[in-house]
Ligand binder design. Structure first.
Ligand SMILES: Nc1nc2c(ncn2[C@@H]2O[C@H](COP(=O)(O)OP(=O)(O)OP(=O)(O)O)[C@@H](O)[C@H]2O)c(=O)[nH]1
Ligand SMILES: [Mg+2]
Length: 416
């Protein structure tokens, strides 16, 4: 499908499809350029401003042959169109006020989404969930700022005494609303990026075998030679709709040799930043071979006793038993990972901050609000409010001072 946007769409469509079809109706047309037949294709006409970009748009649904696509492309270029760059359509939609920045980002996330969870989050964001929330905060801020401006500009006028405490009330209310929200929202970024699960353990514990079993394909080399895996390997999985990046790492032991030592260093470094660690203990050696002296095993760790088919008599002491050979314990482990990942991501409905950019802007705004409370003069206090509103405005991609002025004078009518 070739999609075009801009003022040339109408004339170009009329030229190669003979006429402009009824808006938003798929219409079969004989495409021709300079009496050369190009295709029998479906043509869709979306006149602006009620189109995705807000401009006139046209789509040609072609038979996919290379010569067909090439022929139509050449005709479009000859008629003055130029190839779009990455994100050009979304950019125009943004510039024409069809989408705000969070919606543009959500569109990118939707296109990249690999799991149902990511898709749902992207769709919520595309509907403007975050911008609506932030906009509501910003409106409260702007009304505080309007009052503050009055304090600054008309210090000698008859302003109600309650004005200053009124502003403080608004600011404290905002701080109270934003702070807990920021704390509980880390999962939005995690849904986008995926939860990282690292497999750790002594050499030969069966880490690579587990990785292959969970991935459903031969990602890692498996051998009875201890110290097979050196680099950190990663696969992306969809576990019950949750995006998970699974890492296979080098077996942990006191290594003598350089390459293995480097592998272990990388394994430990990645494990440190992982959200979950599956720690494998080989049943036939456990508990003698314990890696707790090498790796930090904290609340992110899930203990797994591996290769239990070799020790059917073992006392697991509440740990999860696993055998890749017989398949025992694999489902239980999957369910456990899903459960832990689910807890980390939360139910997801209220989660709206999906990017570091959002978090930073909201944090900046919060800091400015806190500084407001201790600002030494009305001028400086007003500046903090302005900064706070600007930070929030950046989230949706609008930093409006003009509308602020309207609001200020609309609300107060002083000196009229
Ligand atoms: N009996 C049995 N053998 C297993 C099981 N899982 C893995 N193995 C075998 O154990 C050996 C080591 O498996 P790997 O998956 O390579 O172990 P690893 O932990 O990745 O080892 P390194 O990469 O060297 O640290 C291989 O010969 C596997 O076939 C299991 O559940 N039962
Ligand atoms: Mg391995």
């Amino acid at each position: 499908m070739i999609r075009a946007t801009g003022p040339l769409c109408g004339p170009v469509c009329a030229c190669i499809a003979e006429s402009i079809p009824k808006p938003r109706h798929a219409t079969l047309a004989h495409l021709r350029y300079e009496s050369e037949s190009l295709d029998h294709a479906l043509v869709l006409w979306f006149p602006g401003p009620a189109s995705f970009t807000g401009e006139d748009m046209v789509e040609f649904h072609l038979h996919g042959g290379r010569a067909v696509v090439e022929g139509v492309s050449r005709a479009l270029l000859a008629l003055g169109m130029s190839p779009a760059g990455p994100g050009d359509f979304a950019r125009r939609a943004f510039e024409n006020g069809k989408l705000d920045l969070t919606q543009v980002e959500a569109l990118a996330d939707l296109i990249d989404s690999e799991t149902a969870f990511q898709r749902r989050q992207a769709l919520r964001q595309e509907g403007g969930a975050l911008s609506k929330r932030v906009e509501a905060w910003r409106e409260r801020l702007v009304s505080a700022l309007a009052r503050q401006e009055a304090l600054i500009d008309f210090p000698d006028e008859e302003l109600p005494d309650s004005l200053s405490s009124n502003i403080t009330q608004i600011v404290e209310g905002l701080i109270g609303d934003i702070t807990p929200y920021l704390d509980s929202c880390r999962s939005g970024e995690r849904v986008r990026e995926g939860i990282v699960v690292a497999i750790l353990g002594a050499p030969n514990a069966g880490k690579s075998s587990l990785m292959n079993a969970l991935a459903g394909r031969d990602v890692a080399i498996v051998s009875e030679h201890a110290g097979t895996t050196r680099d950190v390997l990663e696969v992306h999985l969809d576990l019950g709709g949750y995006p998970v990046t699974l890492l296979d790492t080098a077996g942990l032991r006191e290594a003598k040799e350089g390459v293995e030592a480097e592998g272990i260093r990388r394994a430990l470094a990645r494990a440190e930043t992982a959200d979950l660690k599956l720690v494998l203990f080989d049943a036939s050696l456990w508990p003698e071979r314990d890696i707790s002296s090498l790796a930090q095993l904290d609340e992110r760790a899930i203990d797994v006793v591996s290769r239990i088919d070799r020790r059917p008599d073992i006392d697991l002491a509440g740990r999860l038993g696993l055998s890749i050979q017989t398949g025992e314990g694999v489902d239980a482990l999957l369910r456990l990972i899903e459960q832990r990942v689910g807890e980390m991501l939360g139910v997801g409905e209220s989660v709206l901050i999906t990017r570091l950019r959002h978090r930073q802007a909201i944090e900046e705004s919060l800091l400015a609000l806190q500084r407001y409370l201790t600002a030494p003069s009305p001028d400086l206090a007003g500046e903090e409010l302005r900064l706070a509103a600007q930070s929030l405005g950046r989230i949706a991609g609008r930093v409006g001072v003009e509308e602020l002025l309207d609001l200020i004078f609309g609300e107060f009518c002083i000196g009229k």
